[in-house]
Write a protein that binds this ligand. Structure first.
Ligand SMILES: [Zn+2]
Ligand SMILES: [Zn+2]
Length: 113
């Protein structure tokens, strides 16, 4: 699958957003200012968009839960979230609420405090 190109030059696109009048367009790093309402494109071209995976949560410290995507990315998530999307591959990530997991595992909690 080839990655989208910038609609204003021939560089690889980094952003997907709306151009004048609300038309959707892709933009590279240099042309991102032309878009409003933009979001960063996944680095691996959305290869897992539309797919879903149940994933593990890993804690870096007490404020930093990360969901482990099958593509290898560790994605920062909210402590009270139960799902998210991988920024790299577009995978729909589902997980047990990180805070609940921690409360059910006091030993892990101690290790983080
Ligand atoms: Zn460009
Ligand atoms: Zn991923």
């Amino acid at each position: 699958m080839s990655k989208p190109k910038c609609d204003f030059c021939s560089d690889p696109a980094v952003w997907d957003g709306q151009y004048e009048g609300g038309t959707w367009a892709y933009a590279c790093k240099r042309h991102d200012w032309l878009l409003s309402n933009k979001r960063r494109l996944p680095l691996q071209g959305n290869k897992n968009r539309g797919r879903e995976a149940a994933v593990e949560i890993e804690w870096e410290d007490i404020d930093t839960p990360r969901a482990l995507c099958p593509c290898g990315r560790k994605q920062l998530v909210e402590p009270d979230a139960t799902e998210g999307y991988c920024m790299d591959c577009g995978m729909h990530l589902r997980f047990e609420e990180p805070m609940t997991q921690l409360m059910e595992n006091p030993e892990a909690l101690e290790g983080l405090l």
